[in-house]
Design a binder for this molecule. Structure first.
Ligand SMILES: Nc1nc2c(ncn2[C@@H]2O[C@H](COP(=O)(O)OP(=O)(O)O)[C@@H](O)[C@H]2O)c(=O)[nH]1
Ligand SMILES: [Mg+2]
Length: 424
């Protein structure tokens, strides 16, 4: 467990910080070097342009194209380095994030600013959930041993954090059983609570047989993003495209939400950001299955690893959603029988129990294989993730905590529970 007060922990975090700081300095120097090179290149280019003006029109045009190409390459190299976030202060957030990574066996030189940045975001994002929960719990418990009365308080707090009745019952009865066996101090109580919550979230992940969802190499992987309007499907798909192409999977997007005119434009913006092509059909009322048909053809031609499919979000009570999804799946089955299909339900954490209802409705009709929880930033209902695991039995695959391209990460139950129950 994490003990941010221990000298060792701080020392460890300080070393990690120093290392990252050094790396950032090196990157800055590298950036500067590239900037100088770029300026040099631009200077050369200007000189070349001056020369070209005197050449024949046709030749000039050709050369211009080549030079433009070279600059483009140089710029994209720079953009890659610039996208690494700035190293922040050596503060409580850094120490906490470094400790969470260390507790999972990360070595100092394996830590990236990206990871620290994400954990900081996650911890901040879950602050609201924590406020109405851990803070109060710690106040109530203090250092005293747990009592049956404090369990009643805990029960109320868990329900209030949208953890759901089933998960809450499970946790409380485990704690009660434990209390019958031994005296539990406040800190040990929190530790036990964390373990119980983690067990609940991990259960569907374990029974799926896949700890971390990644595209299988050598096959076409098709991930369908489903869920009601506004939960963040398109945004999540954009972030996934970035994550996937950055991890060197050949990625393609199918814009199969043909009901919202703006949906295709929105996807194209995300596609540009992550340098991933978008297959769409601009004609009015295009058939989503036809878009998927085209996308599969392209995917096969280009040897794509991962095809991300955006779908229209209609309420789970409407039967045509199921029809549409099964039509899409049939096409994939027919054209690529060995494709690996994942149907991922996107859920907005801020909708709390309402989101859970959606999950149950979809799970019945859409043959889901996993869930993605979005908008964990600034909601007090992050606990709904537990309800999804316990009551809908869906493995959570990714979580989103912000609108930026990097604000999505593979789900990690340890990090999630630590962030949800982090000390004040
Ligand atoms: N704060 C926050 N906003 C998000 C997140 N994911 C999506 N959104 C916002 O939610 C709104 C709806 O997202 P969109 O992807 O269009 O939802 P869709 O209708 O399911 O495709 C947009 O304004 C997004 O920027 C998130 O993780 N955090
Ligand atoms: Mg959308």
């Amino acid at each position: 467990m994490i003990n941010t007060d221990s000298d060792n922990s701080r020392e460890w975090a300080a070393q990690a910080y120093a290392l990252l700081k050094k790396r950032q300095e090196e990157q800055k120097q590298e950036l500067q070097k590239q900037e100088e090179q770029k300026q040099e290149l631009q200077k050369q280019e200007e000189q070349k342009q001056e020369l070209q003006k005197q050449e024949e029109q046709k030749q000039e045009l050709q050369k211009q194209n080549l030079i433009n190409g070279a600059i483009k390459e140089n710029n994209s190299g720079l953009a890659e380095i610039k996208s690494e976030p700035e190293l922040g202060e050596f503060d409580d957030n850094f120490t906490w994030s470094a400790m969470v990574l260390a507790a999972q066996g990360k070595k100092i030189n394996q830590i990236s600013i990206d990871e620290i940045d994400w954990l900081t975001k996650l911890r901040k994002g879950l602050e609201e959930t924590r406020k109405g929960f851990v803070t109060e719990l710690l106040d109530k418990l203090g250092d005293d041993p747990l009592t049956p009365e404090s369990l009643d308080d805990l029960e109320t707090l868990l329900i209030r954090a949208d953890v759901g009745i089933d998960s809450t019952d499970k946790v409380i009865s485990s704690l009660r059983k434990k209390l019958n066996e031994e005296v539990l101090g406040g800190e040990a109580g929190i530790k036990f609570l964390k373990e119980e919550l983690k067990l609940i979230i991990d259960k569907p992940i374990k029974s799926s047989g896949t700890d971390l969802l990644v595209p299988q190499k050598g096959k076409l992987n098709v991930w369908l993003l489903v869920g009601v309007n506004g939960v963040g499907k398109t945004t999540t798909l954009g972030k996934l495209a970035y994550l996937s192409s950055r991890s060197n999977y050949k990625t393609l997007i199918a814009a199969a939400d043909t009901f919202r005119a703006a949906a295709v434009e929105q996807l194209k913006v995300w596609g540009e950001r992550s340098n991933v092509d978008v297959i769409s059909n601009q004609s009015k009322n295009a058939d989503p299955a036809a878009v998927v048909f085209d996308a599969i053809n392209s995917a096969k031609k280009r040897n794509v690893d991962l095809l991300l499919v955006d779908t229209a979000g209609r309420l789970q009570t409407k039967n045509n959603l199921m029809d549409e999804l099964s039509k899409i799946k049939k096409i994939i089955d027919k054209k690529v029988p060995d494709a690996i299909i994942e149907s991922l339900l996107v859920l907005d954490a801020s909708q709390g129990q309402n989101g859970l209802k959606q999950a149950k409705g979809f799970a019945k009709s859409a043959n889901l294989s996993g869930a993605i929880i979005t908008k964990l930033d600034g909601t007090s209902r992050g606990g709904v993730s537990l309800a999804v695991s316990e009551e809908v039995n869906l493995p959570i695959r990714f979580i989103g905590a912000g609108e930026g391209i990097k604000d999505l990460r593979p789900f990690n139950s340890y990090e999630f529970v630590e962030a949800m129950l982090a000390d004040k």
